[in-house]
Design a binder for this molecule. Structure first.
Ligand SMILES: [Zn+2]
Length: 280
């Protein structure tokens, strides 16, 4: 939803401060990364789910691999994954329900839903390939299961619409990044993964957000959740942002505008009104 690193303990790039890597393998990795940055490999592919022709930097397998590789490092930046609790199970269950009852099920992506321990940073985000995260700080503020479905559905939308791979193509980032990560030694792998994580987790554009809101609403409905719960999420985010412009809204549509937009989408998609019996 708001793909951005937490504000604390970060270097300029948002990655945890570490000693810079050295040694030949790191050098090779860096050269490969620079090569990737300079070269332009973005190619057009048809989206396997939506059929849309997109310029993306990675194929589906690479998206999955990169997401899996970066996931532990991303989780670590938010206090690590919370496991074995009811809350973690709820996140997994709601995520699975959304996947199993929507087009996400037939997509080539393997979705995993992680609860992160961070109690201060209100955030949710998706890595390419299906790794989806929500922080404790955000989960604790949600009031209903439908709202959780709203957050996760929106993130599923980012994955299926391949926003990260599109973003990387626009930024000229490519397979070279993946290669660089695999060349790095164990010690540097985490560092490289962090860089990749940060890069692919660059903020989405406004259009990406609105597009994911649209898909999220549809997924919610198809999974039996009331799409109007997403409006509740936006209100919660709006309240949480009180007192100064929150960093996570810097490149995003303001919640107030998104509420308007979401209401409009709901009116368009369900002109006769929504049925009763949906999970709020
Ligand atoms: Zn988003």
């Amino acid at each position: 939803m708001y793909p951005q690193a937490p504000p604390r303990r970060r270097s300029a790039y948002g990655a945890p401060r570490r000693k810079p890597g050295c040694g030949p393998r790191a050098g090779i990795a860096l050269v490969m990364m620079v090569g990737a940055l300079i070269a332009f490999y973005g190619n057009s592919q048809q989206n396997p789910v939506t059929g849309e022709t997109q310029r993306v930097a990675l194929n589906v397998d690479q998206e999955v691999a990169l997401g899996l590789q970066a996931a532990p490092e991303m989780a670590a930046q938010y206090g690590g994954a919370e496991t074995g609790t009811q809350a973690a199970a709820l996140v997994r269950q709601v995520g699975a329900r959304l996947v199993n009852r929507t087009e996400a099920r037939t997509s080539p992506y393997k979705f995993n839903f992680h609860l992160l321990k961070d109690q201060e940073t209100i955030n949710a985000f998706a890595l390419p390939g299906g790794q989806i995260f929500i922080t404790r700080a955000l989960l604790n503020r949600l009031e209903t299961e439908g709202q959780l479905a709203g957050v996760l559905g929106h993130e599923i939308g980012h994955v299926i619409q391949r926003h990260s791979a599109e973003h990387m193509a626009r930024a000229g980032l490519t397979q070279g990044m993946v290669n660089a990560a695999s060349v790095a030694t164990d010690g540097q792998a985490g560092q490289m993964a962090a860089m990749i994580g940060q890069t692919i987790n660059m903020r989405y554009g406004r259009d990406d957000e609105l597009e994911s809101d649209r898909s999220g609403l549809r997924y919610m409905y198809e999974a039996g959740y009331d799409p109007r719960a997403l409006i509740g999420v936006m209100k919660i985010l709006d309240e949480a942002s009180g007192g100064g412009p929150p960093e996570f809204l810097s490149s995003h549509p303001k919640p107030a505008n998104r509420i308007q937009h979401i209401q409009q989408l709901i009116d368009e998609q369900w002109p006769g009104g929504l049925p009763t019996g949906l999970v709020p």
